[in-house]
Design a protein. Structure first.
Length: 142
């Protein structure tokens, strides 16, 4: 992303976002932009599986139930991440990206995050990691 990207445009990124640099676009396409988060996992600040942090702007819109997801450690992947791996494509056609994100994408992600919280198990986390690998390799997931 370009400098000061957070102060220009939406808090979510679309495919044709002018704030993404050419190199950044290639890294995103190959999902290599996630690699620095491995360092956070190794030092204990994140986990492999857990909720993806949202912008404070969106967290302020959480319902009481959604706030329960803040109790979970941040993670590199989750069921919501897999299901919404192409969210930028969903948002590309939107006239109001923030509104679409708040009204359509975020509630869907929260449904998966809350379900993961309610039904947590180590085995399910292992399955999520495998589903993530398949999703990165291009397998469609329903």
């Amino acid at each position: 992303m370009i400098s000061n990207a957070e102060s220009i445009g939406s808090s979510v990124t679309t495919n044709n976002d002018s704030r993404i640099t050419r190199v950044g676009g290639k890294l995103r396409d190959l999902r290599l932009d996630e690699l620095p988060q491995l360092i956070d996992v190794l030092i204990g600040d994140m986990s492999f599986v857990g909720t993806r942090p949202e912008s404070t702007k969106y967290v302020k819109q959480y319902t009481e139930e959604m706030r329960a997801t803040l109790l979970l450690p941040a993670g590199i992947t989750s069921e919501a991440s897999i299901r919404y791996k192409d969210e930028a494509k969903l948002l590309d056609s939107s006239e109001n990206v923030d509104k679409t994100y708040l009204e359509e994408v975020l509630p869907g992600k929260m449904k998966y995050n809350l379900n993961s919280l309610k039904n947590y198990s180590f085995g399910e986390d292992i399955l999520t990691m495998f589903r993530t690998l398949f999703a990165v390799m291009g397998k469609e997931y329903k």
